[in-house]
Design a binder for this molecule. Structure first.
Ligand SMILES: Cc1cc2nc3c(=O)[nH]c(=O)nc-3n(C[C@H](O)[C@H](O)[C@H](O)COP(=O)(O)OP(=O)(O)OC[C@H]3O[C@@H](n4cnc5c(N)ncnc54)[C@H](O)[C@@H]3O)c2cc1C
Length: 358
């Protein structure tokens, strides 16, 4: 928009796409397949990028506080910082490997692979029985090798894996885990983690060399200090127009929000679908027009891969699986990434003759 300066503050220049993370871990994709170059994308949008981390917001002074630079003033703010697994269990932050932030996970997974290759780690345990956890552990097993010397365990605090998904979908994943000899413990709440494994409610100890952590999403702790209105779990409350409740100049979407009109699942599908309405409403705010409501779709297609080039999908209670489902997911994911990475060349900003002369 003429007269508007756009600034992106982001922790990473190369931004990972979680939908393809299990495929990267399994060895199907390379680093660039699963990362968006946010710097190039921002320049392309005529904006500037600050490679930094927001650590607070001065709402009254309209400034974002950063870890490594002076506060950044704003007229309109869009907060889209996602979530991380909840590592509030004693010892989890120190001893477990959380799946997010993903850049941290990738570095620690490389170190884990080195330990496995050296024979120092034989039992990998993952805590969290949601779609992300199940998919990630199957990918980890595929990469590390499910041979006789390695053991894998999935621990779910809920009574069954994949809560919220249709029974037929969950049954297929139970069968996959069994066929791959991944031990499954459901209804088991981890109450502590140390360097030798985990302790469950009730006192049982499970020894493990590596503990991966993909429990339910938790919001950034510093949001509590901003004065913005949060729900009981600490997620930012937003109205139907994706505005922070009570603040018409602060917008937010994705995993970090508590969507007031009826809630919405914390999944990438909904984060992405909110994008166009978020952008339209930010523009409307700058132009003095009325923002519009976001009406999240009620159903979504979920495709969860099984480590090899095979996946299981569900939508509307129906379930399908096969190599063709994985290829469909691969096509959808690659097309999504191409929208941000395969950018047409920038138009020349100086006449060609001047450039040649230079
Ligand atoms: C293994 C795994 C697989 C998944 N697969 C799927 C899937 O197939 N389909 C699906 O729908 N969902 C999937 N999800 C869920 C999905 O990851 C999230 O719902 C989605 O990423 C939410 O998008 P977001 O934009 O809100 O947050 P994110 O994608 O987490 O993006 C937030 C960004 O903000 C940056 N950031 C965070 N804090 C700060 C800060 N303070 N300052 C600056 N930058 C910051 C982060 O580094 C990150 O780049 C998966 C999750 C996992 C763990």
């Amino acid at each position: 928009m003429p007269g508007v300066r756009l600034t992106l503050i982001a922790r990473e220049v190369e931004t990972p796409y979680s939908g393809m993370l299990p495929g990267f871990v399994a060895g199907h994709y390379g680093f660039h397949d699963i990362h968006i170059d946010a710097g190039r994308l921002t320049r392309r949008a005529g904006g500037r990028m600050f490679h930094d981390e927001a650590v607070g917001i001065d709402v009254a002074g309209k400034r974002v506080l950063c870890r490594g630079r002076p506060p950044v003033p704003y007229d309109v703010l869009s907060l889209d910082i996602g979530s991380r697994p909840n590592t509030g269990v004693p010892g989890a932050a120190a001893h477990a490997i959380p799946v997010k932030p993903i850049d941290g996970f990738l570095a620690r997974f490389e170190a884990l692979r080195t330990r496995v290759a050296a024979g120092a780690s034989r039992h990998v345990l993952l805590v969290g029985g949601g779609a992300g956890g199940v998919e990630l552990l199957l990918a980890v097993q595929r990469r590390l090798g499910g041979g006789g010397h390695m053991r894998f365990t999935l621990i779910s605090g809920a009574a069954a894996i994949l809560p919220g998904f249709p029974d037929a979908f969950r049954a297929r994943f139970r069968a996959v885990l069994e066929a791959r000899r991944i031990a499954l413990r459901c209804g088991a709440r981890v109450t502590a983690v140390d360097d030798g494994g985990v302790i469950l409610a009730g006192g049982e100890r499970i020894d493990a060399d590596e503990v991966l952590w993909t429990t339910e999403a938790a919001p950034a702790a510093w949001l509590a200090e901003t004065g913005l209105l949060l729900d009981a779990a600490g997620f930012l409350r937003v109205d139907a127009r994706l505005r922070a409740v009570g603040h018409d100049d602060v917008f937010a979407a994705g995993d970090m929000v508590a969507f007031e009109p009826g809630g919405v699942a914390r999944s990438g599908v909904y984060a992405v679908r909110a994008g166009p309405v978020l952008a339209a409403n930010i523009r409307a705010r700058l132009a003095g027009r009325a923002p519009r409501r976001w009406k999240p779709q009620r159903r979504a297609l979920y495709i969860v891969s099984t480590g090899d080039r095979h996946a299981i999908a569900t939508r509307n209670g129906l379930v399908a699986e096969g190599g063709w489902v994985w290829r469909l997911k691969d096509r959808i994911d690659r097309r999504f990434m191409a929208r941000f990475n395969d950018l047409p060349p920038m138009p020349a900003s100086v006449p060609a003759r001047t450039r040649n002369a230079a």
